[in-house]
Write a protein that binds this ligand. Structure first.
Ligand code: A3P
Length: 300
């Protein structure tokens, strides 16, 4: 018998985006895959990678539709859950919840991808500043929103960053607890931690590790196509099937969402003092090992 201690759900999370209760009614299957991130950390990239592994390098897969964000409260669970119940392929669901607001099932495999908080904010600013009326309507005017509406971002990215730091993840959700919660369960047999930077540095090597974690044998004849379909250039040029609602929520469409795909864009805007403050905060919130991992992708 498996004597591993799996975390139990401790709380629900509700806001303009979240309804964490969706997971309570989700019926797990033995081969389910859960792709987890804080947000703006390579979720879509990882969904693409997993889809390519499951479907052996097939092009033009409707990945966003196949791999819904389960804890997003629109559409509501009455619509979303029957859809995933109908799926006959190996399922790969997306979540942005911290571990204590999620259901962690021994039947599923969880992959969490991390990214430096500064890179997250730079990506989030692009996501938020280019969001159109449809996005605001879906989040603010649909039934079930808890808490304040999400507002337009300030003009200045520096101000956006400062608000996010001062109010821990504002106007999205707390950052540090999210990272900390996944780091804490990294040794579970059904959990894998990845990092955006490591994926950038060695995508083929990281994809092979993901395949092995998921028990998927790579078809070497299809390997070049798998890599091609996961590359930034391909995903940017073929963004619509991978991006939520084909990019309908953003000015400029799906290509706006697959924006630059690089880290460190905050250099030159954040001062040396801002960076020292960030590093101290990361250390306080996460401890040295986890802070180092979050900044570099390096462990041990
Ligand atoms: P940027 O906004 O910094 O460009 P998420 O899917 O979690 O919202 O993350 C989105 C970020 O992942 C965006 O970062 C996007 O460009 C990046 N991304 C998506 N696909 C990628 C790929 N194949 N290679 C590198 N970055 C990718």
């Amino acid at each position: 018998m498996d004597s591993t201690q799996y975390p139990r759900k401790q709380r629900e999370l509700h806001n303009h985006h979240f309804d964490s209760t969706v997971w309570n009614d989700f019926q797990f299957r033995d081969d389910d895959i859960v792709i987890a991130t804080y947000a703006k950390s390579g979720t879509t990239w990882l969904q693409q990678i997993v889809s390519q592994l499951i479907f052996n390098g097939q092009p033009n897969l409707p990945v966003a539709e196949m791999s819904p964000w389960l804890d997003l409260r629109v559409p509501p669970k009455e619509i979303k859950l029957p859809e995933v119940e109908k799926q006959t392929h190996r399922r790969f669901l997306k979540t942005h919840l911290p571990v204590d607001a999620l259901v962690v099932s021994p039947r599923a495999r969880y992959i969490y991808i991390g990214r430096d908080g500064r890179d997250v904010v730079w990506s989030m600013y692009n996501h938020h500043a280019n969001a159109n009326d449809l996005w605001y309507q879906a989040l603010n005017d649909s039934p079930g929103r808890v808490g304040p509406p999400i507002e337009k971002p300030p003009q200045s990215i520096l101000q956006y960053y400062q608000d996010w730091m001062d109010r821990d993840g504002h106007p999205f959700w707390p950052f540090w607890e999210n990272v900390r919660s996944w780091w804490a369960i990294r040794a579970l047999p059904n959990v894998m931690l990845l990092h955006f930077e490591s994926l950038k540095r060695d995508m083929p090597g990281e994809i092979r590790k993901i395949a092995s974690f998921l028990g998927i044998r790579i078809d070497e004849a299809r390997w070049p196509d798998i890599l091609k379909h996961c590359s930034f250039d391909y995903m940017k040029a073929n963004a619509a099937p991978s991006v939520p609602l084909g990019g309908a929520f953003w000015d400029g469409g799906a290509e706006t969402f697959i924006n630059k795909g690089v880290n460190g864009r905050w250099q030159g805007t954040l001062s040396a003092g801002d960076c020292v403050a960030y590093q101290h905060r990361a250390l306080d919130e996460l401890g040295p090992e986890c802070a180092r991992w979050l900044a570099t992708g390096e462990r041990g």
